[in-house]
Design a protein around this ligand. Structure first.
Ligand code: PYC
Length: 306
């Protein structure tokens, strides 16, 4: 005897980076906060995370967003990927906003969102742009030098909702034709950085923008070895925190961050003492609505290994 579980999902992309929002069908999570519910899901619902993200229903580049109830905000969300759960996700928040608008659950204006690492506000504009005011972001370590294959790379460890190692000193070109070698390099860099900074799970490499109107171009390697097709909202927040501390970006000044695919986020910040509150503006497009079917007789019900 077999049965079928069904998860309703809405897919979108933000600057090329996909988000899959789980609107319903996920088993109940328990907790007084989104953080507690996320811990509960990570301890009890790993199969569901895998089903939604991994092949054959998903792909390594997908980021999931589990819509959760919140006691304190308009909505709650827990983001997840091919290897686990994320603290925050900038492109995913913009994708979630487009999804909620698509469903008539929000209208232009501000919405509060509880995430496992804090409550944020995002603002949906009439033209569909979304600006999110992120969690407090800051730099932990400046100019950390590490060695990979006999080369020295110097970077900063910074937080923007997730932990990043940000590297400007390298000789690679940030182009789509180079994503394999960039992935290889970023992965090795992460392994070295993790010797002293185990919290770092994203590596961000910077280069000159292809569009001279932009300020910088980046390549971001995510925890499960997929690279971000968008400029990465939390990675751009970490960058903004470093620029602010170095006096290279003033409060309210705009920073245009281009991704390896050419998509752009506009970022700025307000100072907040020992950290900054970054604002990230971008746009997401809904790409599909559907139902994932989890057939209990399917040997790949919980996704392909790993
Ligand atoms: O936009 O913050 C982001 C993000 C994190 C991982 C992938 N995208």
């Amino acid at each position: 005897m077999f049965s079928r579980l069904q998860l309703s999902i809405i897919d979108s992309h933000t600057g090329g980076e996909p988000t899959r929002v789980v609107m319903g069908g996920w088993p109940e999570t328990v907790g007084n906060s989104v953080k507690e519910r996320t811990v509960f899901a990570s301890e009890n619902h790993e199969g569901f995370r895998r089903s939604v993200i991994l092949e054959p229903r998903g792909s390594d580049i997908l980021v999931g967003a589990l819509l959760l109830p919140s006691n304190t905000a308009d909505f709650g969300v827990a983001f997840f990927n091919n290897v686990g759960w994320l603290g925050m996700c900038g492109h995913g928040t913009i994708g979630l906003a487009a999804t909620l608008a698509d469903q008539g659950l929000i209208t232009p204006g501000p919405t509060t969102l509880e995430t496992p690492v804090g409550t944020i506000t995002f603002h949906l504009a009439e033209n569909g742009d979304v600006t999110l005011n992120n969690v407090p972001s800051f730099r932990r370590t400046k100019n950390l030098a590490i060695e990979v294959d006999g080369e020295t790379y110097v970077g900063d460890v910074a937080y923007g909702g997730n932990w990043f190692f940000l590297v400007t000193s390298h000789s690679f070109s940030i182009t789509l034709g180079e994503t394999e070698s960039l992935t290889h390099l970023a992965w090795k860099i992460r392994q070295q950085v993790n010797r002293t900074h185990p919290e770092v799970d994203h590596v961000e490499l910077f280069g000159k923008p292809l569009d001279p109107n932009n300020d910088s171009r980046n390549f971001v390697l995510c925890p499960g070895k997929a690279y971000d097709r968008s400029p990465c909202g939390t990675g751009t927040s970490a960058k903004i925190a470093c620029l602010a501390e170095d006096g290279k970006l003033l409060p309210g000044e705009e920073w245009l961050q281009e991704s390896v695919t050419g998509s752009v986020f506009a970022a700025s910040y307000q100072p907040g003492g020992q950290w900054v509150i970054p604002s990230i503006r971008g746009r997401a497009y809904v790409t599909g609505r559907g139902v994932l079917i989890l057939d209990t007789s399917d040997p790949l019900i919980w996704g392909l290994a790993p």
